[in-house]
Design a protein around this ligand. Structure first.
Ligand SMILES: O=C(CO)[C@H](O)[C@H](O)COP(=O)(O)O
Length: 220
């Protein structure tokens, strides 16, 4: 789940509601910029059973910027796919130093195929197919990019973010996503814990409900 509030206490309170129902807590970019590493330290101490992704979206000084976050307990940090290849290598190297993972975010990458192949060769752990909030506001979705990246069959973990909700989670899962990110679909729900549980169940292979889902369950 992407925690995209700016407010420290509201973020901890929301994480407390959803943590039992998700695998990964993602500290969103505006949130980590606003609150800093203290928020990561707080969440790390409170939620030992969740992985934590820090959405740094690093653009330069990859090793130097990401190292304190891995040291403080981040399991995954993100680096922009549009950054210099040396920056991306720095985040992969520091992730390896701590036995953690680096996620390369394809947001705004013009040639997503070429960059994905390039970072796969560098040893990237996760590729992030991502339609950002501003791109979503302009009507874009991550589905086409996911098909392209999954079709490369590079053996990378694929994370997908960009307006994913319960109704689209099965589509994203079946198209090859191994990590499914949801922000607004959870924090905007009347019951965030229930929304998180529903999306996680589908992401883990559960049915989407309805007659088809019921028949699928019966024969699985
Ligand atoms: O990284 C982000 C914005 O850059 C968001 O956290 C990500 O897009 C998930 O949020 P949503 O599900 O609301 O799109």
């Amino acid at each position: 789940m992407a925690l995209d509030s700016l407010d420290f206490d509201a973020t901890v309170a929301l994480a407390t509601k959803v943590a039992p129902h998700v695998d990964i807590l993602e500290i969103g970019t505006p949130c980590i910029k606003h609150n800093g590493i203290k928020l990561l330290q707080t969440l790390r101490a409170k939620f030992p059973n969740n992985k934590i992704l820090v959405d740094l979206k690093t653009m330069d000084a990859g090793f130097y910027e990401a190292e304190p976050f891995y040291k403080a307990g981040a399991d995954i940090c993100t680096v922009l796919g549009t950054s210099d290849i040396g920056t991306i290598k720095g985040v992969i190297d520091v992730a390896n130093k701590y036995g953690k993972k680096a996620q390369i975010d394809l947001i705004n990458v013009a040639d997503k195929k070429a960059r994905t192949q390039e970072v796969a060769k560098l040893g990237a752990h996760i590729i992030g197919v991502h339609t950002g909030l501003d791109q979503q506001a302009a009507g874009q979705t991550p589905f086409g990019d996911l098909a392209l990246v999954a079709g490369l069959n590079l053996g990378l973990e694929i994370s997908v973010a960009g307006g994913v909700k319960a109704a689209t989670t099965a589509q994203v899962r079946d198209a090859g996503a191994t990590i499914i990110v949801a922000g607004a679909a959870i924090y905007g729900a009347a019951d965030p814990a229930a929304a998180a549980a529903e999306i996680t169940a589908i992401a883990h292979g559960g049915s989407t409900g309805g007659l088809f889902g019921w028949i699928k369950k019966l024969f699985s």
